[in-house]
Design a binder for this molecule. Structure first.
Ligand code: K1U
Ligand code: ZN
Length: 191
């Protein structure tokens, strides 16, 4: 069965055979919102609720020009990540209940950004290569070997699931400056 779609309300046929709601944008929590520091719980069942959340998170990530998004950032405290590091923005990855099973001793310093801390970029040192396991969107176990931007992004998103935002790797001085700037912006926007 093919579904009639337009670009913004694209509905894909569901793997469990019913059409889902159109995809929707979900508000992204902004640092220093305390909800960003909650620890996510495992996804219990990869069902139609989770499929809808995946579609909405992908839509939200693409709309914000991000390369990743963790469920914690949209105030859903379950272990779910979406990523697309492709140039063409056509290779979505879904990681449910991800675990890092190996990390290289070699570390790289990379420039990171975060959709929850817009406009702030800084260097963070992370493992240069990782191996991870996770369920995919059909609930099947997958193994992922990553280096470069994908390795950085997986580690950044998995930190979100543990309630950690990348600015927590920076010095207290930098972090406080960022916090003050974000609170000022929030105050200005609420006026
Ligand atoms: O988790 C997030 O907030 C998404 C974040 C992912 C990320 C980017 C860069 C390094 C690590 C993790 C973003 O997508 S930030 C915006 C962005 O697209 C970007 C920023 C710097 C480099 C590449 C992409
Ligand atoms: Zn982030």
């Amino acid at each position: 069965m093919a579904l009639v779609c337009n670009e913004k309300t694209k509905s894909r046929e569901n793997s469990d055979n019913f059409a889902r709601n159109p995809m929707a944008l979900i508000p992204i929590l902004l640092y220093p919102d305390p909800r960003l520091h909650k620890v996510a719980k495992p996804v219990q069942s990869v069902d139609s609720r989770v499929h809808q959340l995946i579609d909405d998170m992908l839509e939200t990530m693409y709309d914000a020009n991000g390369i990743g998004l963790a469920a914690s950032q949209v105030d859903v405290h379950e272990r779910l990540i979406v990523i697309d590091v492709s140039q063409e923005r056509d290779q979505p990855m879904v990681l449910i209940n991800p675990e890092i099973v190996w990390a290289s001793e070699e570390k790289h310093l990379n420039e990171e950004g975060c959709l929850s801390v817009p406009g702030i970029y800084d260097g963070v040192e992370r493992a240069a290569a990782i191996k991870a396991t996770a369920l995919d969107r059909s609930g099947k176990q997958q193994s992922i070997e990553a280096e470069g931007l994908l390795a950085v992004c997986i580690q950044h998103e998995m930190d979100h699931l543990l309630g950690k935002v990348f600015v927590q790797y920076l010095s207290p001085l930098k972090r406080n400056r960022i916090k003050t700037k974000m609170l000022k912006l929030a105050r200005e926007e609420s006026r």
